[in-house]
Design a protein around this ligand. Structure first.
Ligand SMILES: [Zn+2]
Length: 172
């Protein structure tokens, strides 16, 4: 898990904390689509018939009057859609000054195979948003470290929990 220093992680954690204060939404209780709405981002689910390898993509507005849009692959399981939405929101918040029209995500990001720094940042953002450290600690204490219980509680896949734990340890 290269690329992100403790400072990078803290910068992203601070942004998430600001979002939480600004919107009153925290997770797992909060609704991610509502968070997107609060940020002015529209969310759609569609079938990517010719491109089923795509988990989702972010479309930046072409004009200032348009909203950014996130499209999710309808065929994916709920936990995958949730993580992809959080990941795309991460790109929107962290990388929106980049001059590009689209950002398409195809590979399985919860596995954390790190092709670029921006992907790592978006993954870190998604995992920190969806799995807050304090709540994860409580759930792991209550469940005696059962990762399946934690995955179920936060509505994410088990690799997301495993990566979150690795990041928290790396950040200590
Ligand atoms: Zn991405």
């Amino acid at each position: 898990m290269a690329y992100l220093t403790k400072d990078d992680q803290q910068r992203i954690d601070t942004m998430i904390e600001n979002l939480r204060m600004k919107t009153g939404l925290s997770f797992p209780e909060g609704n991610l689509v509502e968070l997107a709405k609060a940020l002015g981002v529209e969310v759609f689910e569609s079938k990517f018939i010719k491109h089923d390898n795509i988990n989702g993509f972010l479309e930046y507005p072409k004009k200032s009057t348009e909203s950014p849009k996130i499209f999710l692959n309808k065929e994916r399981p709920a936990a995958r859609k949730k993580f992809t939405l959080a990941h795309e929101l991460g790109h929107y918040i962290l990388h929106r000054d980049k001059k590009r029209k689209f950002r398409v995500d195809t590979v399985d990001y919860s596995i954390d195979d790190e092709e670029t720094r921006e992907e790592t940042e978006a993954n870190y953002f998604a995992a920190s948003l969806l799995v807050p450290e304090e709540k994860l600690r409580s759930i792991l204490a209550l469940s005696k470290g059962n990762l399946d219980v934690a995955a179920e509680y936060f509505g994410v896949s088990k690799p997301v929990i495993e990566n979150r734990i690795k990041w928290i340890k790396a950040n200590q």
